[in-house]
Design a protein around this ligand. Structure first.
Ligand code: WTA
Length: 631
């Protein structure tokens, strides 16, 4: 069966076959990989039973598929290009051979510390090559990595480590993002003091400032790998053995550790990388996400490496030392595929065209976006000024839970529609459902987006809480996976994602749960209650608007606002700080005590045109008083 998409006809044929002969299709895709032992059944299980399993009983190792498989012909090819925060520092290039050696040495180092298959290892690292080696080293020995974005605070880090009981943490001393120094050593000191499961901390010396080592706990990364062998036999992983846990936000305050397993994730992510971006041998791929998010896992690390591609890893930010940094990097490394978030495009668009002077950008062939809906203006600017009207833009829709891209154009092959994610990947069957759970048929319709068929890279569980997994994703619309997003399907059958329909907010493409932020704010001694809603934000896409009830003796509002922001930065991370804070006397509540967020959203959006039915509120004058103050 043909699986490579190279024309619109082939997309249609492959898609049809992938839906009717799903197992045959994925078996064909999977035959491109190295298996230690073949599967006996491609797929078993169902959404109803929440027991999805792909490539049953097969044995494999994803790190060998990323490394050993490529060594044979491409050992000297560049696997990763590291661009440092400071453009005056030297770029580092690692060949596949280098990455293999670095991975094996660290894998042996981890083993020497007693890390075995199934142990959880936390990776809290800057965007440096060793972070990639750390992920691959864990995968190599069957340890489950949980990468935590280095923008999370010590308390958020500790929560994640404790939730999955990590034995080891790999971190660095410190790093710079732009001019801001992030002191990982101090942050991890604080976190680990509350993490009884941590036995060892491996510290990579990156910024070379004096450090106080903690005897018994700390190991220098360099010293750990120095005398280790260059070879480390890859563990034979069962297809459904966990590969990683990645935390993301949901409707309640407690983040969810999504569990991704070995075989299905590998096959799906490798395939979608090659198809969506139409990767051609020799292409240089740059995805600007952080490895702490799913986009970094799938399309900086695993997807490109599974395909033997060259992947760019950038430590810094697009505006340092100036707003032309991204474009300078594109020219410097002759990037062919550039994949970023709408929020980054909007923030660069705001600088106008002067950062583009003297930039060629002629190596670019394909552009991509991910993480939130893209607006027309950002799409048009990206297309005209970055793509020079000559690069297809793939608007890729997917989630931490989905592991890889589910809905997206195939670059240069399937038609684009600005602001539309367009058509599903092979094997993916999207459906729209109305509020009663009925499937909305036909085109020119709108509804809640569900996926009607399991695909190989779907997360299999929430770590330690399979019940929550079933309730969140598989119960609301029986027999379907519920995404939490709303979507339109236009007259041509193309999908346009309209945004979250639950209590998750996408701020600058970062997923933030309202419950998490409310829990943090409520820890302030004079806060009685809070409610967070989203409002449209020019750069961030969505901003956080906090309505807060305080007890009688609150001090001045300015000081309080700063304290609230500080507490959120401390409990979660600076990226989750509310943009606007309004102190209120009461919140609009129904008789059953539920906050009417619909009304708060209207107020936050500065729109009093229609507050809708307020008759179920205990006290409808509350709305008027909040609105008066808002004005
Ligand atoms: C949103 C990121 C519109 C969506 C890979 C989803 C998008 C959430 C798009 C997942 C897109 C992602 N268009 N919205 N192309 N891509 N989203 O888990 O709301 O960080 O549910 O995964 O981002 O965010 P997450």
């Amino acid at each position: 069966m043909e699986t490579e998409i190279n024309s619109i006809e082939s997309y249609k044929n492959i898609y049809q076959k992938s839906i009717t002969n799903t197992e045959e299709f994925w078996a064909e895709v999977a035959s491109d990989y190295e298996w230690i032992k073949p599967w006996n059944k491609v797929f078993t299980g169902s959404f109803e039973e929440a027991n999805i399993s792909w490539f049953n009983e097969a044995k494999l190792n994803i790190s060998s598929n990323c490394l050993d498989k490529n060594l044979k012909e491409n050992g000297d090819k560049t696997a990763l290009i590291w661009e440092p925060n400071n453009p005056n520092d030297a770029t580092i290039k690692w060949t596949y051979k280098d990455l293999y050696i670095q991975t094996c040495k660290l894998a042996n180092g981890l083993k020497s510390l007693g890390v075995v298959k199934g142990d959880r290892v936390c990776i809290y690292m800057p965007m440096i090559p060793e972070a990639v080696a750390s992920m691959l080293a864990c995968a190599r020995i069957g340890a489950i990595h949980t990468v935590v974005f280095a923008g999370f605070s010590s308390s958020a880090l500790a929560d994640r480590i404790n939730d999955c009981g990590c034995k080891v943490i790999i971190t660095a001393d410190a790093f710079y993002r732009g001019e801001k120094k992030i002191d990982l050593k101090t942050i991890t000191d604080e976190a680990i003091s509350n993490c009884p499961s941590i036995e060892k901390r491996i510290i990579y010396i990156h910024s070379n400032e004096p450090l106080v080592w903690i005897h018994e706990l700390d190991i220098n990364y360099h010293e750990l790998i120095e005398n280790q062998s260059n070879e480390c036999k890859a563990e034979a992983m069962d297809s459904e053995d966990p590969l990683f846990i990645l935390y993301t936000s949901g409707s309640t305050g407690k983040p969810k550790g999504l569990v991704h397993t070995s075989a299905g994730y590998m096959v799906y992510v490798g395939y979608t990388f090659a198809q969506v971006f139409q990767y051609k041998s020799g292409d240089i791929h740059w995805c600007t996400a952080d490895i702490g998010w799913i986009t970094g896992h799938s399309y900086i690390v695993y997807g490109p490496l599974l395909n033997g591609a060259t992947t760019v890893l950038f430590e810094g930010i697009p505006t340092y030392p100036a707003a032309d940094r991204n474009w300078e990097i594109v020219d410097k490394h002759q990037v062919n595929i550039f994949y970023t978030a709408p929020t980054a495009i909007r923030s660069l668009l705001a600088y106008g065209e002067s950062p583009l002077e003297n930039k060629k950008l002629d190596s670019l062939k394909i552009l991509g976006t991910v993480g939130e809906p893209i607006n027309e203006e950002a799409w048009a600017w990206y297309n005209k000024h970055i793509g020079k009207d000559n690069c297809p833009i793939v608007d890729t829709w997917w989630q931490t839970e989905t592991g890889g891209i589910l809905i997206s154009p195939i670059a240069g092959i399937t038609p684009l529609k600005p602001t539309f994610a367009t058509l599903p990947m092979p094997g993916v069957l999207p459906i729209l459902v109305d509020e009663h759970g009925n499937t909305v048929l036909g085109n020119g319709v709108e509804g809640n987006l569900c996926i009607a068929k399991p695909w190989p890279a779907i997360a299999r569980s929430i770590y330690g809480d399979h019940k929550r997994y079933i309730e969140t994703y598989l119960t609301i619309y029986k027999g379907h996976y519920f995404t939490g997003d709303g979507s339109k399907r236009d007259a041509d059958g193309y999908y346009k994602i309209t945004g979250r329909v639950d209590d998750v907010i996408n701020v600058s493409g970062h997923r933030i749960g309202t419950g998490e932020v409310e829990d943090a704010i409520n820890e302030h001694s004079i806060v009685i209650e809070s409610a967070i809603v989203a409002y449209p934000h020019d750069i961030k896409g969505q901003g956080l608007y906090a309505f807060i009830i305080c007890n009688a003796n609150y001090m001045d509002e300015y000081a309080l606002t700063n304290e609230i922001k500080a507490i959120v930065a401390d409990k979660i991370g600076a990226f989750a700080k509310p943009d606007k804070i309004q102190i209120v006397k009461n919140l609009p509540k129904t008789r059953s005590g539920k906050i009417m967020r619909r009304i708060l959203r209207k107020i936050a959006e500065n729109d009093d045109s229609n507050f809708g039915d307020t008759s179920t509120l205990i006290d409808s004058s509350v709305v008027e008083s909040i609105w008066e103050k808002r004005k």
